[in-house]
Write a new protein. Structure first.
Length: 392
């Protein structure tokens, strides 16, 4: 076996003093050292140093393939670091990693928090909405931020979204001579690199999103075209989301089914022919911090199908049309679950025919809520929903 040409070296704020002997040897052996300017200065890379392009691009590093190269990253290269990006481009025999404790490990150690019980998020290049699915009373979150001003912006977002009571600890330059930890966000001199601990122990009961299916309709932006919460709960149960699994949401309306699928850890492609509703779906994805998990396509489902990657399940809203199901049966692999909801007599007839031809389960979901009738109360029924659950 040949020796790996690339050394991915984790670097802390203490610079070379915190490196292992193996890291120092790999750094000394490298003909070129890639890294951020701050990292190159910490190790005194000198003429061997090459700063990453802006925007970030692995091209210059990959062009050195086969030469002795070192790549400097913060802390653990594979914990919200660039290690995964470069490893995906190379064979395992081409690289070796030398991690050190990163911001998450160091901050948990300073606070005495069990790292396995903490949610860790990289928010230096991601929206604060990523916090919405995870924040709740008693939940602890560690997150990296872009710079000092981002701390104030984070505090403002927390306050505006019902999490203002959470306790914040701001950490600067962890692991180095400039390390500093302070409570609260109102400091005018916060310096990067910065991480923040969010302690949800002080949040009031009821803060955060419920984790069961069927979130309240009022949490979503919609124009009335939404799978209502009770029906959505039954629909998600039928679809059976799993972490990492991909959903096709065809005729997505407000995207509420896609949102809840993604909150369960999956990914979704929401296809909606109306441009205004596609914009609403994007807004809902952003609101719930799921833009990285939900893709929205503003086109007819029949047009979109040929270009879609293989799904784990398919949901058809509004009943669909016969040509759509014919296309699904042509392109889906056998065993793929298909769930469809309809409210019109035409949709009921179509779904009944699919049940007769392909089997599965046909449900009629009827829901009524108590309302006022003069001085009395009565049951006010919603439109019945017919749901077919089948398999390709």
């Amino acid at each position: 076996m040949t020796e790996p040409w690339l050394a991915i070296i984790g670097l802390g704020e203490d610079g070379p003093a915190g490196l292992s002997d193996a890291s120092r040897a790999a750094l000394a052996r490298a003909e070129v050292v890639f890294g951020a300017p701050r990292h190159l200065a910490l190790v005194g890379a000198g003429a061997r140093g090459q700063a990453w392009p802006v925007p970030f691009d692995l091209g210059p590093l990959l062009a050195r393939r086969g030469q002795p190269v070192a790549m400097l990253v913060s802390g653990d290269p594979f914990w919200f670091g660039a290690g995964g990006s470069v490893a995906a481009q190379l064979s395992p025999a081409e690289w070796v990693a030398h991690p050190v404790a990163g911001s998450f490990s160091l901050l948990a150690a300073r606070l005495g928090w069990r790292l396995e019980e903490v949610v860790c998020l990289g928010l230096h290049a991601a929206p604060f909405e990523r916090l919405r699915p995870v924040l709740a009373p008693g939940v602890r979150v560690l997150c990296t931020l872009r710079d000092g001003p981002a701390v104030g912006a984070l505090s403002g977002w927390l306050g505006a979204n019902g999490f203002g009571a959470a306790r914040l600890t701001v950490a600067e330059a962890l692991g180095g001579p400039r390390e500093r930890l302070r409570e609260g966000a109102g400091w005018p001199d916060i310096a990067a690199p910065v991480a923040v601990a969010i302690d949800g122990a002080t949040l009031p009961p009821g803060a955060g999103l419920p984790r069961a299916s069927g979130l309240p309709d009022e949490l979503f932006r919609h124009d009335g075209q939404i799978t209502k919460a009770p029906v959505r709960a039954v629909t998600l149960s039928a679809l059976a989301p799993r972490p990492g699994a991909l959903l096709w949401d065809l005729g997505a309306g407000s995207g509420s089914v896609s949102v809840e699928w993604c909150l369960a850890g999956g990914r979704a492609i929401a296809v909606e022919a109306r441009a205004d509703r596609a914009a609403t779906i994007r807004a809902n994805a952003q609101h719930f911090g799921l833009s990285h998990r939900m893709e929205v396509r503003a086109e007819r489902a029949l047009t979109a199908l040929p270009a879609l990657p293989r799904p784990a399940a398919v949901f058809v809203g509004g009943g669909g049309e016969a040509a759509l199901y014919d296309a699904l049966w042509s392109c889906l692999p056998p065993g793929t679950p298909v769930v469809a909801n309809g409210v019109t007599l035409e949709a009921e007839g179509l779904l009944s025919d699919l049940h007769a031809r392909h089997g599965g389960t046909l449900l009629r979901i009827e829901i009524a809520a108590a309302g006022r009738l003069g001085r009395f109360r009565d049951w006010q029924a919603a439109r019945p929903v017919v749901q077919w659950r089948g398999q390709r």
